[in-house]
Design a protein around this ligand. Structure first.
Ligand code: ZN
Length: 286
């Protein structure tokens, strides 16, 4: 789970390559069923062409068919589904039937302002249709555009305007994120991943969260990072102290060595004098 722009699709690919399981996206299934012209695909096409949403029963049927394919025998990463609590319940029922329950539900969390920035930064070249982002992947230089064009001509689509993006995020929050994450928190499957910042760090946090195991609630990533930072500082301080102690010892050893040597020298000089009777010493001085 994750809002548009949270990067969940990218992270899903990391799960796919680590566990060798297929990426099951409802959007992809819909497109494929329609391409194949299956009965389900035709039904979905009719529904979508009439401007409606594909009903839950049809979606569940498509997911069932997909999950029964041999490549999904050892597991799968489900992306883009469920979007409502009703779908989550229907999915739980289906997965119980095919004896392949969910191990975890990952929620990729990104601050709303970050999402707005990411999504409203999207630009599309009018000529080559390449997609760019003014923040993360600005328009490339030629010769990547179509022949005869010196540079890309990027535009912002209405869908990517800040206003539309904000409306989409509010809808996602209210219709999907809050109710569905509530449902999975209740079932104990929920794992939250701090999806801000460096993509590789997000991947690492995702795997850490999964490794933390079922039933165990992973520490919020921000708290965890703060703890790691504190531990690092403590370690560094300890190291510095160790070095100082070592140096102090060395100096002390050197000093005491020098003192000993001096004492030994003095002793060797004084010894006969000390052994000699006081009178003899006085005599010798005279
Ligand atoms: Zn272009």
């Amino acid at each position: 789970m994750g809002a548009p722009g949270s990067g969940k699709g990218t992270q899903a690919q990391h799960l796919v390559s680590r566990y060798g399981i297929p990426h099951v996206s409802t959007g992809d299934i819909l497109r494929k069923e329609q391409q194949l012209g299956t009965a389900l695909g035709l039904r979905a096409k009719q529904i979508m062409e009439s401007g409606g949403y594909v009903d839950d029963a049809t979606m569940i049927e498509m997911i069932r068919n997909r999950l029964l394919q041999p490549d999904a025998a050892n597991g799968f990463v489900l992306d883009g589904f469920p979007r409502t609590v009703a779908q989550a319940e229907a999915l739980a029922k289906l997965l119980a039937e095919i004896e392949s329950p969910l191990d975890a539900v990952l929620l990729f969390e990104v601050n709303t302002e970050q999402l707005v920035k990411r999504l409203s930064g999207r630009r599309v070249c009018e000529f080559c249709k390449k997609v760019f982002n003014v923040h993360t992947s600005p328009p490339s230089v030629p010769p990547e555009c179509v022949d005869g064009r010196a540079e890309h001509q990027v535009i912002q689509r209405a869908d990517d305007s800040e206003e539309t993006v904000r409306a989409r995020l509010v809808k996602y929050e209210e219709a999907t994120r809050r109710p569905v994450s509530g449902f999975y928190s209740y079932t104990g499957l929920m794992r939250t991943v701090d999806a801000e910042g460096d993509i590789n760090a997000v991947t690492q946090r995702m795997f850490d969260t999964l490794a933390a195991g079922s039933g165990k609630k992973a520490a919020p990533a921000k708290k965890k990072r703060a703890a790691v930072r504190r531990a690092k500082v403590r370690k560094a301080v300890k190291k510095v102290r160790r070095v100082i102690r070592k140096l102090a010892k060395k100096v002390a050893a050197k000093r005491s060595g020098a003192v000993k040597a001096r004492k030994a020298k003095r002793k060797s000089v004084r010894k006969p004098a000390r052994r000699a009777p006081a009178r003899a010493r006085r005599k010798s001085k005279r």
